[in-house]
Design a protein around this ligand. Structure first.
Ligand code: GCU
Length: 418
């Protein structure tokens, strides 16, 4: 049963591809992107200071209030508890730590591997996982996560300790030993610990803990699930800042697909993240919405009404009225290094739209003295392009693979190891 449900969850993206979706470049409407370098009052942004003090806050405010939602101004009590440490994990290659981040008492479990025998604090890749910390590696020392599963008897989703058979089942997406051998640590949290990924997940979410007394749900401009997941990544970074073995000034935030959208928003909202990686994040992530190629705003709002704030619903079928587009989300990362990755068969995520957003974020990077992609010609397969903004498209399906990670590690070497 577990295995069936698990397979079902992994297949969800495929089911989401509906008939009527546009996959024809000739049917992409003509559109004009909002200019990230023109202030709301119509004045051009000519220097870094105007960007940082005026335009960036304007754009951030729009994404916050119209899309991902604001985090309520309340501070829950947060505590870190190191639950266990193994100085000789993975056959001596790693130090493994498991930390409970308690948010108003609610435990969120962080798994951290650091390369063994490395002197000095190390840079770390931090990302959420879909299926439980125990699925990223077969290491028997990882605690089995409590995961959300469909229970046939009650016909509802329930939280249960995952079966042992799931250990390592997502390891193709988490090449832990490769990351460690390159001198990086890797940290992850099961996203369902922060909020389970279904429509009525609010009751089990950190979002519920931050409601005002008497409030039933967040307001129309307040956070959705992606906002909560991104906020959880920042709490993980808070912990990493306390860990002396970690170089918290060199934490790369990474995510695949919906968790790629999450990584982008985490990187935009929290400038402590030193580098941001979006893998196949698609609509609501790196892809230009105005292209209406593959998934659309309406698809997002219909299939995943809990992901974004209520205000975002008004843009279903009205992409041209969005006061921003994906290139401006990417521009919020500037001047920090940003990697956008696509997969050729992942048309639902609109690889070309992801590339074009990276191109259109370029002027902001350049204003801040960095080099963007340096081209507006989409590269061929397996030809990573660009400097502080980098892009590749690889052969194959919607996934995160060793090839992707190898590029991200090279990119991090270039930007974080200097
Ligand atoms: C669905 C969804 C996408 C999302 C993807 C995933 O396909 O429509 O927006 O990125 O799931 O998270 O795998």
């Amino acid at each position: 049963m577990f295995r069936f449900i698990f397979a079902f969850i992994l297949m969800l993206p495929a089911f989401a591809q509906r008939p009527g979706t546009n996959y024809d470049e000739a049917k992409v409407p003509r559109y004009t992107l909002p200019d990230p370098l023109i202030l709301r009052n119509g004045q051009p942004v000519r220097d870094a200071r105007t960007w940082t003090q005026k335009r960036r806050p304007e754009i951030f405010d729009l994404f916050e209030k119209q899309m991902f939602g604001q985090v309520p101004q309340r501070s829950p009590k947060i505590a870190f508890e190191l639950e266990d440490i193994d100085e000789s994990a993975l056959g001596g290659k790693a130090i493994r730590k498991q930390v409970s981040i308690r948010i108003a008492g609610k435990p969120v479990h962080l798994l951290l591997y650091l390369p063994a025998g490395v002197r000095g604090p190390v840079p770390v890749f931090l990302g959420l996982n879909f299926t439980g910390n125990h699925t990223i590696d077969a290491d028997p020392g990882i605690r089995l996560a409590e995961v959300w599963l469909f229970d046939k008897e009650t016909r509802s989703l329930v939280k249960r300790v995952a079966p042992d058979t799931q250990r390592g089942s997502a390891s193709s997406r988490w090449p832990v030993e490769m990351i460690l051998s390159r001198g990086y640590g890797v940290a992850t949290i099961y996203y369902g610990d922060i909020e389970p990924d279904f429509k009525d997940g609010l009751v089990h979410s950190v979002r519920r803990l931050l409601l005002k007394p008497g409030e039933g749900e967040p307001g129309p401009s307040e956070w959705g699930a992606i906002g909560a997941w991104a906020w959880g990544l920042s709490r993980a970074l808070d912990y990493l800042e306390t860990d002396k073995a970690v170089d918290a000034k060199k934490v790369a935030v990474i995510g695949h697909s919906r968790l790629g959208k999450t990584a982008l928003w985490a990187g935009a909202a929290d400038t402590r993240f030193a580098l941001v990686v979006s893998n196949d994040s698609g609509e609501g992530g790196a892809a230009i919405s105005r292209r209406r190629f593959g998934e659309t705003v309406e698809n997002l709002n219909t299939s995943f009404p809990h992901w974004f704030c209520t205000n975002y619903k008004q843009y279903s079928g009205r992409e041209d009225e969005l006061p921003f587009d994906a290139h401006m989300l990417l521009a919020l990362i500037a001047p920090r290094p940003l990697y956008v990755a696509s997969a050729a068969e992942d048309l639902w995520a609109d690889p070309r739209g992801e590339f074009l957003a990276a191109v259109a974020a370029g002027p902001v990077y350049e204003l801040l003295g960095r080099k963007g992609l340096g081209t507006d010609k989409m590269p061929g397969l397996h030809q990573p392009t660009g400097d502080t903004v980098r892009y590749h498209i690889r052969a194959g399906k919607h996934d995160i693979t060793d090839y992707d990670w190898a590029q991200f590690l090279d990119f991090a070497d270039r930007h974080l190891k200097r």
